[in-house]
Ligand binder design. Sequence first.
Ligand SMILES: N[C@@H](CCC(=O)N[C@@H](CS)C(=O)NCC(=O)O)C(=O)O
Length: 237
Amino acid sequence: MAIKYIQFQSGFGVPSPSPFCMKGEILLKMAGAEYQTEIMDDPRKAPKGKLPFLTDDGTEVADTALIQWHLESKYGVDFDAGLTMEQRAVSHAMARMIEERLYWVTLYSRWIDDHNWPIIKNFWFGSMPPVIRSLVPIIAQKQVKSGLQAHGIGRHAMKDIYAFGAADLEALAVQLGSKPFMFGDQPSSLDATAYPSIANSLIEELPGPLLDAAKSHENFAPYVQRCEALWFADFGQ
Ligand SMILES: N[C@@H](CCC(=O)N[C@@H](CS)C(=O)NCC(=O)O)C(=O)O
């Protein structure tokens, strides 16, 4: 395998502040793939304007669902081996919940909520030259705002948006229960999706209702530690 994996820089004490970038890398690790990572600061340079993406012997694959399918079809990996058809259906639905709703709550909590926006602004744009540093975040925040509007979630009151996030985290906490991973003793594709979002919800530097909701589930912190030890053992050392 000659795979190059392109993603954002790490930060906030998690392997990536982008749950999607963490997910793609976990899929590569689960597949036993050999890959090299490259950091990209500006997602506009990515094939679909979003990160992560990979290149594999000249083939570009952009989007973590397509990365999953690529690894399955090209290398014969089954991330959900051992799951029943019913579990696979639940896994699919939960992954879509995480990516199509919880992700947007996370985005809102970082880019719109006034408590966290200055921290996020400094993280992504703080090292830019002075004039650019004051302009680019305004444009970027406007784009996120219109994305949230187009999705629909941005039209709701703050308390309702955070209630959506808390409900999604609650569903994940119940699914995890006291099991090591989402469907038992072995990790599956849902862990590649869920662990990054849970870890990103538990960032102490980004306080607020999303963090509070995540912290209310006692099974999350040990789950995050377990997944980090499995997939990112070198992280932070
Ligand atoms: N469906 C995509 C979503 C990727 C995504 O939303 N990436 C975010 C970072 S978490 C991004 O690059 N955002 C930049 C932008 O939208 O301009 C996937 O599964 O890879």
